[in-house]
Design a binder for this molecule. Structure first.
Ligand SMILES: Nc1ncnc2c1ncn2[C@@H]1O[C@H](COP(=O)(O)OP(=O)(O)O)[C@@H](O)[C@H]1O
Ligand SMILES: [Mg+2]
Length: 348
């Protein structure tokens, strides 16, 4: 068993990063909030992994993925990385709370339009990973983090934790990117509560499986899942094989349509993200909610909201815009057009 890396507050790494608190801890390491001693007032997140894990270490892979994401506007940045005698580390942008905390610790139950908006934010984050050629394989609430602690980015969710990620394409001899051949059986990667039935069947995961997990995440924070509390994998699989109308009971009706659409895809197919986006958006439309409407975890009195909502100046400048257009001026990342981007060009 690898020795856990446990840093005390105040510890300084490489003469630059001063640990100020712990953000999370996992099997082989931990994530800390760190202050940059070279840039006063700048904080970041440092993920640390024990070197005892040998070949099982995933930090190197996480660094590679962050490097690939560097040109995308809505991904965390990589600031530093390194290896010391006992541990390896990487330093990235500091996000806000993870979805597990936001959803489970929210004073109010999340409304359906909030679930729909979370769906769209998560879909955008998942698509970014797919666009650079990876299937995430561990889509779960703890792996979505607000883009920032305050301000407008706090209304976006970014996908983190690339320890189980796998490239679904590779460069062929001719230099063209090609789909990787699916293996016949694979070891299960992911989390029982959220993973797709295909994953339980030890099949190669594709982009579609990340979207199944997303639906399970949304239903988990909405009504709970029919397999909650069940430990036996075979029993969980029986529940996951049930009709989508039973699994997504109480959810916006479009979730069933999304699930039925996913059932038509194979692991090598590219999902139609715009289609899924539009289906998630239906619930917002029905309730007259958009991305400018506050979330349940935002207190109306909070100063933070003044940094999130459109300013008087913005409202005046764009007064001819409908509320729908204004939301996309402020959150261009969530415009349906963004979901059309081609991503990596593949020759299948
Ligand atoms: N960049 C970040 N900003 C803010 N919090 C983070 C960041 N990265 C990780 N965390 C927090 O630390 C937790 C664990 O990080 P994660 O990368 O998921 O590691 P693990 O492999 O242990 O699951 C996350 O669930 C989240 O709460
Ligand atoms: Mg995680």
């Amino acid at each position: 068993m690898a020795e856990l890396v446990d840093f005390q507050n105040g510890k300084v790494i490489c003469g630059r990063w001063k640990v100020s608190s712990q953000l999370g801890a996992g099997g082989c390491g931990a994530v800390y909030k760190v202050e940059d001693l070279f840039n006063k007032g700048f904080s970041a997140a440092m993920k640390v992994e024990s070197n005892d894990v040998g070949n099982m270490g995933v930090l190197k892979l996480e660094v590679q993925v962050l490097q690939k994401l560097k040109d995308l506007p809505d991904a965390f940045r990589l600031y530093d990385m390194g290896k010391r005698k006992k541990y390896s580390f990487m330093v990235m942008s500091l996000g806000g709370q993870d979805l597990l905390n936001l959803a489970m610790k929210s004073p109010k139950t999340l409304s359906l339009p909030t679930i729909g908006r979370i769906g769209i934010m998560c879909l955008s984050a998942i698509k970014s990973i797919h666009d650079v050629g990876f299937v995430h394989r561990d889509v779960k609430p703890g792996n979505f983090v607000q883009g920032c602690t305050t301000g407008r980015l706090s209304r976006l969710l970014y996908l983190i934790d690339f320890g189980l990620i796998r490239a679904y394409m590779k460069e062929g001899k001719d230099g063209e990117m090609k789909m990787r051949k699916a293996r016949n059986t694979v070891a299960l990667r992911g989390t029982f509560r959220y993973c797709s039935l295909n994953t339980h069947n030890r099949l190669e995961q594709g982009r579609v499986d990340d979207l199944y997990s997303l639906l399970h995440v949304l239903q988990a924070i909405n009504q709970g899942l029919p397999w909650d509390g069940i430990k036996d994998e075979k029993e969980i699989m029986k529940k996951k094989a049930m009709d989508p109308s039973i699994i997504f009971k109480g959810a916006p009706p479009e979730f069933v349509t999304v699930a039925e659409y996913l059932q038509t895809l194979s692991s090598t197919d590219k999902p139609d993200y715009v289609k899924v986006y539009k289906l998630f958006y239906e619930e917002l439309d029905r309730n007259n909610v958009n991305f400018l409407t506050p979330y349940e975890w935002e207190s109306k009195k909070s100063d933070v909201n003044t940094m999130v909502e459109p300013s008087k100046h913005e409202r005046k400048t764009f007064q001819k815009d409908s509320e729908e257009k204004l939301q996309y001026r402020i959150y261009p990342q969530l415009h349906p057009k963004k979901f059309e981007d081609a991503g990596v060009q593949l020759k299948c």
